[in-house]
Ligand binder design. Structure first.
Ligand SMILES: NC(=O)c1ccc[n+]([C@@H]2O[C@H](COP(=O)([O-])OP(=O)(O)OC[C@H]3O[C@@H](n4cnc5c(N)ncnc54)[C@H](O)[C@@H]3O)[C@@H](O)[C@H]2O)c1
Ligand SMILES: [Zn+2]
Ligand SMILES: [Zn+2]
Length: 368
């Protein structure tokens, strides 16, 4: 079938909107007609060659839409269902069986492989053209139709604006889940979030839902600090204007119990460690812009304060459970994702990337 897709041909980060072809869904696959797809920072990293992809590729991994058709082995979804597409996982390895699909032992292969497990392409150029990498995060949803599977396509309520829901599949579940599921921050606890993009602001919303009483957002962009306050941050800090550790210790004298880094910036990570109180935990979420990025930890200081550093993929989500839960929180007015979202027509994808990079929008959503 012919579809419209944004194809990345080179690692210069440009997207070319063109006609290509998509295969029919096989086995446990699901063909989704896209309503909208969110733009995640990781798509940009992949388009710039920081994350490993095989060119040409269709990126995109925050798709939301309507099921068009399903393969013969799909029992849990049917044509017409409203769905959100999320990261891919096998469902069968030891960590998947423990209910931790974000750490699927086959995660890399399933989310970065250009082809299906049997080597066939889901996408190709028109009229029998060459294969195009089409299984990015088990979806490649920068396209009018995308192929996912029975596990990474999650049914959601049909009475919600679907064009808002795609980012629940990655950035938003990552930020909220880091606080709600991974840290499980207790009511009354204190937290500092570094970076106020869609992931960090979702962490702030997650902290509000958890009932944290001190929620500090560290973010250099003024508009994002302002939005953080609107979403429930109790304090904001501009790391360009102030010494972050000093400011945090003015707010929480002993330090905070939790720090979440969504900036991937080394100075932020080093500061985050120093903001923690006794038995504090730092969650690593942001992806640094180079593969060699590293932080240093003073071992004696860490030992004497009983620190924990944990890394968090996709908010430790179990997508089939957590994404519908977040949709319900949105419907109840407790998780205002609409405040993060700016809609663009799909054809304006390059403009959306530029705007998001420059902070003119927090979460661009490309609407079909
Ligand atoms: N771990 C995961 O599973 C996962 C999933 C999705 C996204 N990510 C990553 O999370 C990160 C955040 O994603 P996003 O979409 O919110 O990106 P974003 O670029 O919109 O947000 C990052 C924010 O960090 C701010 N920042 C930069 N330097 C800072 C500093 N020194 N201190 C505090 N803030 C600083 C920027 O101004 C920006 O607002 C990205 O690196 C993305 O790749 C990780
Ligand atoms: Zn697995
Ligand atoms: Zn992502």
């Amino acid at each position: 079938m012919q579809i419209t897709a944004a194809v990345t041909h080179s690692v210069k980060g440009r997207f070319c909107v063109e006609e290509i072809e998509i295969d029919s869904p096989r086995g446990d696959e699901v063909l989704v007609r896209m309503s909208a797809v969110g733009l995640c920072h990781s798509d940009v990293l992949a388009a710039e060659g920081v994350l490993p992809v095989t060119l040409p590729v269709v990126l995109g991994h925050e798709g939301a839409g309507i099921v068009e058709s399903v393969g013969p082995d799909v029992k849990n979804l049917k044509k017409g269902d409203s769905v959100v597409m999320t990261f891919n996982f096998c469902g069968e390895c030891a960590t998947c069986k423990k209910g931790e699909p974000c750490y699927c032992l086959n995660f890399l292969q399933l989310n970065y492989s250009p082809v299906r497990a049997d080597g066939s392409h889901t996408l190709c150029g028109c009229r029998g053209g060459a294969g195009i990498s089409g299984s990015f995060f088990g979806q490649s949803s920068f396209a009018s139709y995308a192929i996912g599977n029975a596990r990474n396509v999650v049914k959601v309520a049909s009475d919600v604006d679907l064009t808002l829901l795609g980012p629940l599949g990655c950035g938003i579940q990552t930020g909220a889940g880091s606080v709600m599921r991974s840290l499980k921050a207790e009511a009354g606890s204190s937290i500092v979030v570094f970076g106020g993009g869609s992931v960090g602001l979702s962490a702030v919303m997650g902290a509000v839902i958890q009932g944290c009483s001190t929620i500090i957002l560290v973010e250099p962009m003024e508009a994002r600090r302002k939005l953080g306050l609107e979403l429930g941050a109790t304090h904001v800090i501009d790391p360009k204007a102030d010494d972050v550790v000093t400011k945090v210790k003015e707010i929480a004298v002993q330090g905070v119990q939790y720090a979440v880094d969504t900036s991937g910036a080394i100075p932020a990570l080093q500061a985050a460690l120093l903001c923690l109180c006794m038995r504090g935990t730092l969650a690593l979420v942001g992806v640094p812009s180079n593969m060699e990025a590293a932080i240093s930890v003073n071992v004696i200081a860490a030992l004497s304060s009983g620190l924990t550093i944990k890394s968090v993929i996709e908010g430790d989500s179990e997508p089939g459970v957590y994404i519908p839960e977040l949709v319900e929180l949105y419907k109840a007015g407790r998780f205002p994702i609409d405040k993060l979202t700016t809609k663009y027509p799909f054809a304006a994808i390059n403009e959306a990337v530029e705007d998001q990079k420059q902070g003119k929008c927090v979460k661009a959503v490309l609407v079909f």
